[in-house]
Write a protein that binds this ligand. Sequence first.
Ligand code: GLU
Length: 424
Amino acid sequence: MTTVEAPASHLLENPFEIAQRQLQLVADVFGISDDLVKVLGQCKKALSVSIPTRMDDGSVEVFQGYRVTHNIARGPSKGGIRYHPDVTLDEVKALAMWMTWKCALMGIPFGGAKGGVICDPKRLSRSELERMTRRFTSEIINEIGPERDIPAPDVGTDASVMAWIFDTFSMNKGHSVLGVVTGKPIMIGGSLGREEATARGALYCIRQAVQKRGEQLDGMTAAVQGFGNVGLHLSRFLVEDGAKVIAASDSVGGIYNPDRIDVSAAIAHKQETGALAGLRGTEEITNEELLLLDVDLLAPCALEQVITGENADKVRAKIVCEGANGPLTPAADEILEDKGVLILPDVLANAGGVVVSYFEWVQGLQEYFWKEDEVNAKLNDITTRAFNETWVTRESKQTTMRFASYGLAVQRVAEATTTRGLYP
Ligand code: GLU
């Protein structure tokens, strides 16, 4: 018998402990009471389920899945479902807490949730993925729903996974329930602009930041880590605004050209071969090297904890835009702040996805669908307002963009909690 060694997890620190520590630090700056920190520092509910799934070869595999609600003081809980081999309950709890802050900062009427299944979606066939998703949905069916908890895509899930969740839920109710999940394919009630929304929101934040610094995006150099939904579209949008994307990467590795990468060719190459590596006119670099390039803008759009106390002092970017959730550890935050790097934190920079998820939920409930221009204009309004509120708070409190954004959000959730009062 051979034993296969599990690859090391990308999680070097416990993400939930990081999220709790961040909350405490923010509470100190914003004068949030200890009682509220005790309430907001925990997740309201965490469901852990096993998901027996028939594999294509006839055997049965049992996957582990989670759905966590952090807080519902401001509305039903909202957040994606992640399919990844490194998923842990504490990772899902941290991501759920960050969703609460993200929705509050954006001023949309949701609390925070997250889900995850420990699996490698790249190694599952489509039919295995579908059977696993449908069984997972049925295991959490009493917890989700348009007024309760509304899943969406995250790392490793996409519109087809949302279609299976929507269908499984609807089949059990006996009618279509559009509001149960967002990020659905357009033809079954998805919103125009949802797929690109996270990247578009990041672009709107970057535009604001650049403008505030009296600079121009046109001609700036950028490195983008991750070429999934966020990184791919952000690279495209940056190029449309005149920036030069000089490096990009996926989970296998990165590509680099000091002049610029042809992003359209990179997208086509990735579609054809499944990877960025090997694109003509580029050199190969590692994911770690990409983070340390001398660029104006660095956008980590993949997973958590890629910039840590170990490598932060070698980061040379002037602006770091967190397209992913939690790509910087608190130690990295401190080092980069000391170096004068402008950090656009996750709850602000990647909130475009959940904002358009909110629009999709509203459109689904009303069964009335908007034009893409309308979606993008409303997204711009919301992200720009949140950016400006954060910017002003950062100055008035003499703090960082991270603490300003988390602080504004925590204050809003704290106020809602206090106003509603503690039951019973
Ligand atoms: N998974 C995305 C996030 O982390 C989107 C969540 C949603 O649309 O509900 O923000």
